[in-house]
Design a protein around this ligand. Sequence first.
Ligand code: GUN
Ligand code: ZN
Length: 436
Amino acid sequence: HNAQRLALRGDLLDFRAAPAWGQLDPGSALRFQPDHWLLIENGRILGTQAEAPDASWQQIDHSGRLILPGFIDTHVHCPQLDVIASYGAELLDWLNTYTFPAECRYADPAVARLGAERFLDALLAHGTTAAVVFATVHKVSADALFEAAQSRGMRLITGKVMMDRNAPAALLDADLAQSERDCVDLISRWHGRGRLSYAVTPRFAPTSTPAQLAMAGALCRADLSLYMQTHVAENRAEVAWVSELFPDARSYLDVYAREGLLHPRAVLAHGVWLDDADRAVLADSGAQIAFSPSSNLFLGSGLFDWVAAKEAGVAVSVASDVGGGTSLSMQRNLLDGYKVQALAGQRLSAWSGLYAATRGAAEALGLADELGHFGAGTLADVCVWDWAIGPVAKARDEVARGLHERVFAWMGLSDDRNLHSAYVAGVQKFSRSNSR
Ligand code: GUN
Ligand code: ZN
């Protein structure tokens, strides 16, 4: 028969379940199979084994390298690669000074297309094989992302941004009817096609009228398979502004709750300034928080309380939030996440961090049957990493005692330079030798 059979040899690391918080002995949640073969047949994972497979398999020997499920970045902005690392502003100034002008350029279909391709290739070059992405307000920017993801075979969740106030005129929907028509048309053409899903995308409460938020909620209610993405309670000035704009809401989160925007397929970025009542509402709804540590530090937004979210039963994934965030590297963001926990007297283990960036995100998105781990039948979104690059990381790797110490040092010292290759549904989409 003509099955495509690919076997990768290396140190396989993935998760069967959520590891216990703070525990360095991961028990059965972790599946570490050093020097094993990962078998991929017709783009799907068939299984793992210690011995080499027979000659019907194409064999690639990465022994001495780390093989992980591709990372899932649950909140990142395609058009904002152009404003990453912009100096000196908190959220609301940063949006007006850098971000909105950059997003205006995506009205041009050529800019949107090139931007989408460059962006997805950049994700792949950082070991991120699936993502939940903000396009811009322009319909063409969402089309461009869906097309570019489709041609790469990537799992992508995105949508056109909805804004109808408090932003430059060039970035506002003309009216409610046009905003809804654009969403409905994009949903009908892309949602559920291959690995693509649509996310209803009101940018954040200040840039939508109550009528637009209500329309977004109605879209979600009409099709429960749709995702929803937005921002919530990121920055103190933003929170104060929302309480002025929505005086009847109990809290910032309540603005979304009242419109039916909180559901199991909702992804809310940040959630730095939530209270216990908000966390209870989130847990009840099944919505997840996309913790964006490098962004929260860079924009001076605040310190997200992961432990409070966890104890309330809220799902938490990890996100780069580029261009507010300063790197697409999930390792860099996990290290920033570790530092945020450290400031609160907490510790983020390598297990909890890597789980959140792989299987945890897949579970929270309802996609764990498709990706995020090496379970049989999932699509083979797989990345091959060098354990250490350069003298400092190499020396550190050599003296590491025990698996957690070694993997934690990898999480702390590695980044996109460590990526050797990335596979999407079993097809190599990035290779270091090709790109250098
Ligand atoms: N809140 C509303 N829009 C944005 C954005 O583009 N980035 C961040 N970090 N927060 C936002
Ligand atoms: Zn964001």
